[in-house]
Ligand binder design. Structure first.
Ligand SMILES: [Zn+2]
Ligand SMILES: [Zn+2]
Length: 328
């Protein structure tokens, strides 16, 4: 029993199933049973959304919900994804820690867990070894994959480059306590505001429910949509060996992650919206941060990628013309 609760507090208390150089065989161990006991915190988070009918609402709570969603989404896409998973830019150790801490507050497990599973996704996209292969259908690629045993541990063998930072390892191990502390702090803030600025009309519970619970559930599902919907709906501007799509709506709610077909074709650039009309808020913010000296060595999209796009579009056009000629 003690061991069970220890897993909630310290996610590294479970031994890593896979050893180095056994990447492919470790994934072959399939255990897709949902771990109902272990995911109790995740289920409670969803049920807690119903409290919106009970705690009332205020402009302050709604603005807080929106702002906390945005800053954490930026931390996820900018730092969990473009920095930790793909190393598409560089930054200082304090900035690195600050944004990985904000990202950890998103309740999407630890930064190393997140990046390691994402590296697997790129390595084996839409095959049996992909942790959330879209070939298993919407529900599995959206939510089923991370509720089962095989995807609970941090796959350290593909994230060795970051293990030298003890503060990142610490965030990864104790991600759930970080999330609980975040929730508690937001509750405390709400209580303080209720006493100090009653005109805001908020309270501890109201801010906890809107500012943390609802905001976090929206954030989790928006992020998960990239694994599910961005492999299902949208355009394919590049020829890739997977089902990745470019999707404007997903790009808006995830600050630029919806250009997923671009990203699967070329994951080495900081920018994911390769063209000026492909809105990529995370990239714009990182660009501003680079002017301020907070990040640097932002990797551009190489010219050959634009050339490949041009020739793919040309091929599509030629195929269309061919079909039209054959039909007439
Ligand atoms: Zn990626
Ligand atoms: Zn993908």
């Amino acid at each position: 029993m003690f061991k069970f609760f220890l897993r909630w507090i310290d996610s590294w208390s479970i031994p890593n199933r896979s050893k180095s150089n056994e990447i492919e065989s470790s994934i072959a161990i399939k255990d897709t049973q949902i771990q109902w006991l272990r995911i109790i915190p995740f289920i409670l988070l969803h049920i807690a959304c119903l409290a919106v009918f009970w705690v009332g609402v205020s402009w302050f709570a709604l603005i807080f919900m929106f702002a906390f969603y945005l800053i954490r989404m930026f931390a996820i896409t900018g730092f969990f994804h473009r920095y930790l998973s793909h190393k598409t830019f560089q930054t200082s150790r304090p900035v690195q820690f600050f944004f990985l801490l904000i990202g950890t507050m998103s309740a999407q497990r630890g930064p190393l867990w997140w990046a390691a599973h994402h590296r697997y996704h790129h390595r084996f996209t839409d095959t049996e070894q992909d942790p959330h292969s879209s070939t298993h259908g919407f529900w599995y690629s959206h939510i089923g994959w991370f509720l089962n045993d095989q995807n609970f541990t941090t796959r350290k063998e593909v994230i060795k480059d970051w293990l030298k930072f003890p503060e990142i390892v610490w965030l990864d191990r104790f991600s759930l306590p970080v999330v609980l502390l975040t929730a508690l702090s937001i509750y405390g803030l709400g209580e303080w505001l209720a006493a100090a600025y009653p005109s805001l009309g908020t309270s501890g519970l109201q801010l906890l429910v809107w500012g943390f619970v609802v905001s976090t559930v929206l954030l989790i599902h928006a992020t998960l949509c990239i694994n599910s919907l961005a492999h299902l709906y949208g355009s394919r501007d590049f020829e890739t060996n997977d089902n990745s799509r470019n999707n404007l709506f997903l790009s808006i709610i995830t600050l630029g992650e919806g250009w997923h077909n671009n990203h699967h074709y070329y994951a080495g650039s900081t920018r994911q919206g390769f063209f000026w009309w492909q809105i990529d808020i995370t990239y714009y913010i990182l660009k501003i941060m680079s002017y301020l000296g907070l990040v640097w060595a932002i990797k551009p999209v190489p010219q050959r990628i634009y050339d490949a796009h041009k020739s793919h579009q040309l091929n599509l056009k030629m195929n269309r013309n061919k079909i039209q000629t054959e039909e007439s």
